[in-house]
Design a protein around this ligand. Structure first.
Ligand SMILES: [Zn+2]
Length: 245
């Protein structure tokens, strides 16, 4: 009764209430797939899309079972623009120090080799976790948290990050822009009274990806993405390349 850290019963009843009321909507989809052009291209050209990734987490198979019960698997609710990826029906509560928490954090599938929580800066402030900017999967030395699901809890020793901005693209897109996997680009968003140039957009190229920039909710709000009149992706050029040989 006098648990000084986390009152599991209290949290679990909170999360049960939260999950009952979950609706969940992430991503968007238009999907104009035409044969014999690269994935995501429209009328023979790359078709740039900028999407805001709201806070979410990725889970291992083992953690899915711990959080949602033995034998549980992620249930796809909504396909993301990138083929094969989806927002699951399931959500978790993310608990930080001093019992601060974020309810209804969407789980994205498929499962992965390591669980990871991706937050915007304002999310990390409300949780009280100093999450570093990292590229997905690079979680060594990052802070942890507690995840609470309807069937159990998981203590993550690491894995809470602010996902670094990046752009997914296939090799035809990469060739079009003159970039390679691992290069950095700039994203220009023109928006009434609050345009932003985002630097350090990492290129993540692979065969099947569709051209899509992922930024977080803080970044999307900063440039008022919904009201943008122009979006443009350009190679980071001129000056020192900084490639380190
Ligand atoms: Zn992404």
């Amino acid at each position: 009764m006098n648990n000084p850290t986390i009152d599991r019963n209290q949290i679990e009843s909170m999360v049960r209430a939260a999950i009952r009321g979950a609706s969940g909507a992430t991503g968007q989809c238009t999907g104009a797939a035409v044969a014999d052009q690269p994935p995501g291209w429209v009328d023979g050209k790359p078709n740039l899309r900028v999407s805001i990734s709201a806070r979410h987490c990725h889970l291992t198979d083992e953690h899915v079972e711990t959080l949602f019960g033995p034998g549980s698997v992620l249930e796809p609710e909504k396909d993301l623009y990138q083929d094969g990826f989806y927002a699951a029906k399931q959500t978790v509560m993310v608990v930080g120090p001093r019992r601060r928490m974020l309810p209804n954090v969407r789980v994205l599938g498929p499962t992965r080799g390591a669980s990871q929580v991706e937050l915007a800066f304002t999310d990390s402030i409300s949780l009280g976790i100093d999450a570093p900017v990292r590229h997905s999967g690079k979680i060594d030395g990052t802070p942890g948290c507690v995840l609470v699901g309807p069937a159990g809890t998981v203590q993550l020793d690491q894995g809470v990050i602010r996902a670094a901005r990046h752009v997914h693209m296939n090799f035809a897109d990469a060739e079009h822009f003159g970039v390679q996997n691992g290069d950095m680009m700039n994203l220009i968003v023109r928006s009434p009274d609050c345009g932003v140039v985002f630097e350090d957009v990492l290129v993540r190229a692979d065969e099947a990806a569709k051209l899509e920039v992922h930024i977080d909710t803080d970044e999307g709000n900063a440039c008022h993405l919904d009201a943008a009149t122009e979006i443009k992706l350009v190679r980071q050029g001129g000056g020192a390349c900084g490639c380190g040989g």
